[in-house]
Design a protein around this ligand. Structure first.
Ligand code: ADP
Ligand code: MG
Length: 666
């Protein structure tokens, strides 16, 4: 593969900027697709309303006048003759262009139409005329230092070098769906010729994306089906004995899940099960019972969490519940000292650890198990396929359990998680009251403080969430440090507050979390690090600043941090923007409904939690909109996997190589 810096327009500075966008080789450059397409066509200005977007061209009628407000702010005005009419053009900070704008110069103007004054407030001005036919301009996500335009040029420079692209979709499928070829699709998406061709290109690329995804899923399923389960011999009575020592009675759904899992473990097939349940429905205990069954059958087990805070919480939880047993539980996170890690590695190999809890550190090369029998992944939507399988393949072939709090409508779940069996926990533990969700505008902060005061008086605890850690130059969003000052000013006399965010050391986080759990801190001010999994029963209020910044599903996850016992709990969403969208949360506490609404509003993007991580991040495809393509891709990929050609390593060797690379199976 060619290196990026051999492409025209890419120097060391650009390399760094591209890296920020996740572009680190020519392949990722090619597949860095536009997120939007703008149609550039001359507007019929007479038909426009006040403030409508407008594009036009014309000739400069008079010498522009420039007014300097300050060194950094200037305003230029001139008259433009479009052939149909004359408009006043106003544009800021383009004084440097004045010398290019002579009477009679042809220019293109993009901006907002000010009908009242028969003028256009331009956001962009270019020399030249509009093309006779509408043009489609691809728009890319970019970062400070590089514009969509510059990135577009770089991509075109590369495309014009007569590149080769690897095709994965077999010819007969290309024929079946009358797709155009891959190279044309890529050229078209980066330089659309017209709507029809662009749609053809999108069809190819979406289909390819979903086809490869489904191929992976189906392949995972096949590999699993071909592996025998581990031998286990545990009487259910023993499991029940342990369940009876728990501080509460299992809900019916939890009980059903445990039975499903027990049956899986005792069967001759390898377990690969997903437990789906809304936030707060009690998935952890199901995981713990599973670890216990695995222990009774003399295998080691691991429980993996997406964050350190959560791993520590699980560790404390397990040590507590297993305190009357001989089970040896350990915690492994990336932040441990090397010497501490080494001790754990040694004890693992020597079978002196029964259950290991941790974060990504569990994947590290040095972690070798003596007889790993079970892998549980909490909040599985946060991990990718690759990571999951690399852990799976350490040691012998363990049984697999995933926990997920992101409720996906069943039809989608079945298709997407085609390689897994599914159990759902629908009911909440009894005695829970519905969380009351309240929407407040920025200027109603006094009401919010009043509500907080009511809870603090009852010795209850509060979470406060802000989108930022520190003040940021180009944003006026709330940040953790400033909020801490504000909270101390309001409540410093009656209670203690503390900060928690991802940049703190593990030890600091651990200390703060422990103090919060022990009710030594009343208000915890944090970023979304507390989004997943944290469990403090006495916390009854969640206050989220600038809540419009978050997706509905994410807000629902945050809200799930409260309402964890029989106390009445509250969630206060503060925002003056997007109140209609946020209002949905005041109407329902049901995660399935919230994700359905999210689905309707934003497509599948936010459905699976954070956009960047997890398996379900598609570059172009949208699971809801393109669900039919997905279903076809699912069937087609299964057809290929089952074909003689694939099995015999013939025609589809490139697919096989791709699969094995991405599965990390050696
Ligand atoms: P999640 O499904 O979001 O991971 P957790 O497992 O953290 O939820 O459980 C939420 C809270 O409910 C915990 O405090 C847990 O101890 C409690 N809990 C779980 N199951 C039950 C039950 N059957 N009865 C009462 N409380 C329960
Ligand atoms: Mg959980």
């Amino acid at each position: 593969m060619r290196s990026l810096d051999s492409i025209k327009g890419i120097g060391p500075k650009t390399i760094k900027l591209l890296d920020k966008l996740g572009i680190n080789d020519t392949n990722s450059l090619l597949t860095y697709y536009p997120y939007r397409f703008d149609v550039i066509a001359k507007s019929n200005i007479e038909a426009l309303e006040q403030d409508d977007h407008v594009i036009t061209d014309g000739i400069v009628e008079n010498i522009p006048t420039v007014f300097f407000f300050s060194k950094k702010l200037n305003k230029m005005t001139f008259r433009l003759n479009t052939g149909d009419n004359i408009y006043n053009i106003v544009i800021f900070n383009r004084a440097f262009m004045k010398s290019n704008l002579k009477i009679g110069t042809k220019v293109i103007i993009i901006g907002k139409y000010d009908k009242k004054h028969s003028s256009i407030v331009a956001s962009d001005i270019k020399l030249g005329v509009l093309p006779p036919r509408p043009m489609i301009e691809p728009i890319y996500h970019v970062t400070n230092g590089i514009s969509s335009n510059q990135l577009h040029k770089i991509i075109l420079n590369y495309l014009n070098d007569n590149i080769e692209v690897e095709e994965y979709i077999p010819d007969y499928l290309v024929d079946r769906y009358k797709l155009i070829n891959k190279k044309d699709s890529i050229l078209e998406i980066h330089q659309p010729s017209n709507k029809i061709n662009l749609n053809k290109a999108l069809n190819y690329l979406k289909y390819e994306e979903l086809f490869l995804f489904m191929l992976k899923m189906n392949y995972l399923k096949q590999t699993r089906d071909n592996i025998d389960g581990l031998k286990r011999n545990v009487e259910y009575a023993k499991v029940e004995e342990f369940i009876n020592t728990l501080p509460f009675k299992l809900t019916d759904d939890q009980d059903k899940c445990v039975h499903n899992i027990y049956d899986d473990l005792m069967s001759t097939k390898r377990m690969n099960r997903l437990v789906q349940g809304d936030v707060g429905s009690g998935k952890t205990i199901v995981a713990i019972i599973t670890l216990y069954i695995n222990y009774l059958s003399h295998y080691q087990g691991v429980l993996m969490a997406p964050t350190e805070i959560l791993a520590i919480q699980h560790y404390n939880n397990l040590t507590n519940l297993f305190k009357n047993t001989n089970i040896k539980v350990e915690l492994l996170t990336g932040k441990l000292k090397l010497s501490e890690k080494k001790k754990i590695y040694k004890r693992l190999i020597d079978n002196e650890i029964d259950i290991l809890i941790g974060t990504h550190a569990l994947f590290s090369e040095d972690v070798i198990y003596n007889n790993l029998g079970l892998v549980i992944t909490d909040e599985q939507h946060r991990f990718g396929v690759n990571q999951r399988s690399s852990l799976k393949n350490k040691g012998i072939t363990p049984d697999i359990l995933y926990l997920s709090a992101t409720p996906i409508p069943r039809t989608y779940a079945i298709s997407l998680y085609g390689d897994m069996d599914l159990s759902s926990i629908h009911t909440m533990p009894s005695g829970r009251k519905d969380i009351i969700t309240i929407l407040k505008k920025d200027e109603e902060i006094k009401d919010v403080l009043d509500l907080m005061y009511q809870e603090l008086k009852k010795k209850h605890q509060i979470y406060v969430v802000a989108p930022l850690i520190e003040k940021s130059e180009n944003s006026d969003m709330e940040n953790v440090y400033v909020l801490k000052e504000k909270m101390d000013k309001a409540f410093g006399k009656i209670c203690k507050t503390a900060i928690l965010h991802g940049k703190m050391s593990a030890k600091e986080k651990d200390e703060v979390m422990n103090q919060y759990k022990n009710n030594e801190i009343s208000i915890l001010i944090s970023t979304t690090v507390i989004e997943v999994g944290v469990d403090v029963k006495n916390a009854t209020m969640m206050v989220i600043f600038d809540s419009y910044r978050f997706g509905l599903s994410q807000l629902h996850q945050l809200r799930g941090r409260v309402g964890r016992n029989d106390l009445q709990s509250y969630c206060v969403l503060i925002s003056s923007k997007e109140t209609e969208r946020l209002n949905i949360l005041t109407k329902t506490n049901d995660g399935f409904k919230v994700s359905e609404e999210d689905f309707k509003l934003r497509g599948s993007g936010d459905l699976f939690g954070t956009r960047q991580s997890g398996d379900m991040h598609f570059n172009l495809a949208d699971i809801k909109q393109d669900f039919n393509i997905l279903l076809r891709a699912k069937e087609d990929s299964a057809e290929i996997l089952n074909s003689q050609e694939f099995v015999n390593n013939g025609k589809y060797s490139n697919l096989k190589i791709l699969l094995e690379k991405s599965m990390n199976i050696s």
